[in-house]
Design a protein around this ligand. Structure first.
Ligand SMILES: [Zn+2]
Length: 161
């Protein structure tokens, strides 16, 4: 990979196949490095905690079907012009680690994960992004079912998970 050093990921995991084939490792320039570095750090920290079961972002380069879980281009059926994925600022991953454990790690360590400003909750994968929240909040938790959920409310829910 160029001079962008990641401990846990290769560029293909963040970039769709066609764009990677066109640009190679330089395609990482299409991602916002804030969220990429936060992802890499999160994985490191989950390993330190002894609860690392891998993070699967894209796996097209290994023969899998996931290729739009980092940068999302109009070739994706899930493409939306206003999605943070469109701008390279969002990452979705799946993991065998309980999502509650991942969320707890981020929410309980805001000074470590300053670049993660938005988390989608009540879904079975982890979505993190580094948008600038229009209300000025440092971290927004958003549920497709419930809308914005306060950190205090969600922390209380995580206590019983
Ligand atoms: Zn997402």
């Amino acid at each position: 990979m160029t001079n962008v050093r990641l401990n846990n990921f290769v560029v293909q995991e963040l970039i769709p196949a066609a764009l990677y084939q066109h640009r190679g490792d330089k395609a990482i320039e299409c991602m916002d490095l804030r969220i990429v570095k936060a992802l890499d750090l999160l994985r490191d920290n989950m390993r330190v905690l002894g609860v690392d079961n891998g993070f699967i972002v894209n796996n097209w380069h290994l023969g899998g079907t996931r290729q739009f879980s980092g940068l999302r281009t109009p070739a994706s059926t899930d493409y939306s012009p206003s999605s943070q994925h469109t701008f390279g600022r969002a990452i979705d991953f799946i993991t065998k680690t309980p999502i509650a454990d991942i969320h707890r790690q981020i929410i309980d360590n805001p000074s470590v994960y300053t670049e993660i400003t938005f988390i989608e909750i009540d879904i079975h994968w982890c979505h993190i992004d580094c948008r600038v929240n229009s209300d000025g909040s440092a971290l927004t938790l958003w549920s497709p079912k419930r809308g914005v959920v306060s950190i205090e409310q969600y922390r209380a829910e995580l206590m019983v998970k």
